[in-house]
Design a protein around this ligand. Structure first.
Ligand SMILES: C[S@@+](CC[C@H](N)C(=O)[O-])C[C@H]1O[C@@H](n2cnc3c(N)ncnc32)[C@H](O)[C@@H]1O
Length: 322
């Protein structure tokens, strides 16, 4: 289905309800239970994520925006010409300096959250009227190919994946995703933003802010399952927890069942015991060395990195190797 919103074209390839039900069945059969992180992003989830980015404890967004602004001319020079394709664009707040400095032939934003994507690209187009834009609502981890489109025809593809979104994937899945992006980018480079390990207290506060925004974001997953898949979760029956797991270099975010309770989803009953976890997402952190090793395992050559003064996070430039 293709729709237009003002000048922005949006191609909607969101997974169907039947596929979502199947993913929920698989995720709830896992031990511990865990759903793909993209389930967090319905319209309300996207709105709550933007609020998380404004919390004082969550510095990642502010730091990455400042890094991209200060390094945009160098980055533009290094990525070269072509069409910029952003994976999981969200509010598309970070690409602006690259659109100015790199003057790409077009900008294509991929995201799972259709309404939010439409708003974000429409606002971005108003700020950068010179760049042709397209939105694609999809799960980028399972998209077999980018749709055929005039904006992609004959253009070199430059991938942009900021926000440490790769950290939502466990290590083997992160390698598979990077391999998959290599195929989608058809030989073009990838600019990858990754958060680095830091103090436990800083990380746990960033993912469990005092205002309760991260907790609301996680609980919204249950509301989303109620609304979209006819489930009957009681979100108040689950406590939110964010824990730094040093061995795996990741923050685990989970909803903990505060009592034994049975939930029906799409006509199927699922019992949660007291204290049982439903993992809502992971956020894996990558030191520069670890990031380079990961990229190599996924068939990417590492070119260089830019980092903020405190070395909180890095932007890595990767190139496809034969
Ligand atoms: C952590 S947020 C980052 C947003 C933005 N890139 C930034 O750096 O602030 C992850 C974004 O990716 C989207 N997303 C998550 N999983 C996705 C998937 N499998 N396919 C497409 N989009 C996805 C979400 O809707 C959300 O906008």
């Amino acid at each position: 289905m293709t729709t237009t919103s003002k000048q922005i074209e949006l191609i909607d390839l969101h997974p169907q309800a039947a596929d979502m039900k199947q993913l929920v069945r698989i995720g709830l059969s896992r031990c511990p239970r865990q759903l793909p992180a993209w389930f967090l992003y319905d319209a309300e989830g996207s709105r709550l994520f933007d609020r998380i980015c404004q919390q004082p404890e969550y510095s990642l967004t502010r730091t990455e925006i400042a890094l991209i602004q200060s390094s945009a001319p160098e980055v533009a020079n290094a990525i070269g010409e072509g069409v910029i394709i952003e994976f999981g664009a969200g509010s598309a707040q970070k690409v602006g300096p690259l659109l100015e400095a790199a003057r790409p032939s077009a900008y294509i934003a991929l995201d799972i959250s259709a309404g939010h994507l439409r708003q974000a690209t429409t606002a971005l187009q108003q700020r950068h009227p010179q760049v042709p834009m397209l939105g694609i609502c999809c799960d980028h981890s399972t998209l077999t190919a980018l749709p055929e489109h005039p904006l992609l025809q004959g253009q070199r593809r430059i991938g942009f994946f900021p926000g440490s979104s790769l950290g939502n994937f466990e290590q083997q899945d992160a390698i598979s995703l990077l391999r998959h992006f290599r195929t989608l980018l058809n030989g073009g480079p990838l600019l990858l933003g990754l958060d680095q390990p830091k103090d436990r207290s800083r990380l746990e506060a960033a993912y469990d802010d005092a205002a309760g925004t991260s907790a609301a974001f996680a609980r919204n997953l249950l509301k989303r399952l109620n609304a979209d898949l006819g489930a009957n979760f009681d979100p108040r029956g689950f406590e939110y927890q964010a824990v730094w797991q040093a061995e795996q270099q990741r923050v685990q975010m989970a909803l903990i069942s505060s009592r034994e309770q049975t939930v029906t989803i799409a006509g199927e009953a699922w019992t949660f015991s007291q204290g049982e976890r439903l993992i809502t997402e992971y956020s894996l952190k990558y030191s520069p060395e670890h990031a380079i090793a990961l990229a190599k395992q996924a068939g990417w050559g590492w070119v260089r990195r830019w980092h903020d003064p405190k070395e909180d996070l890095s932007l890595h430039l990767l190139e496809a190797t034969d």
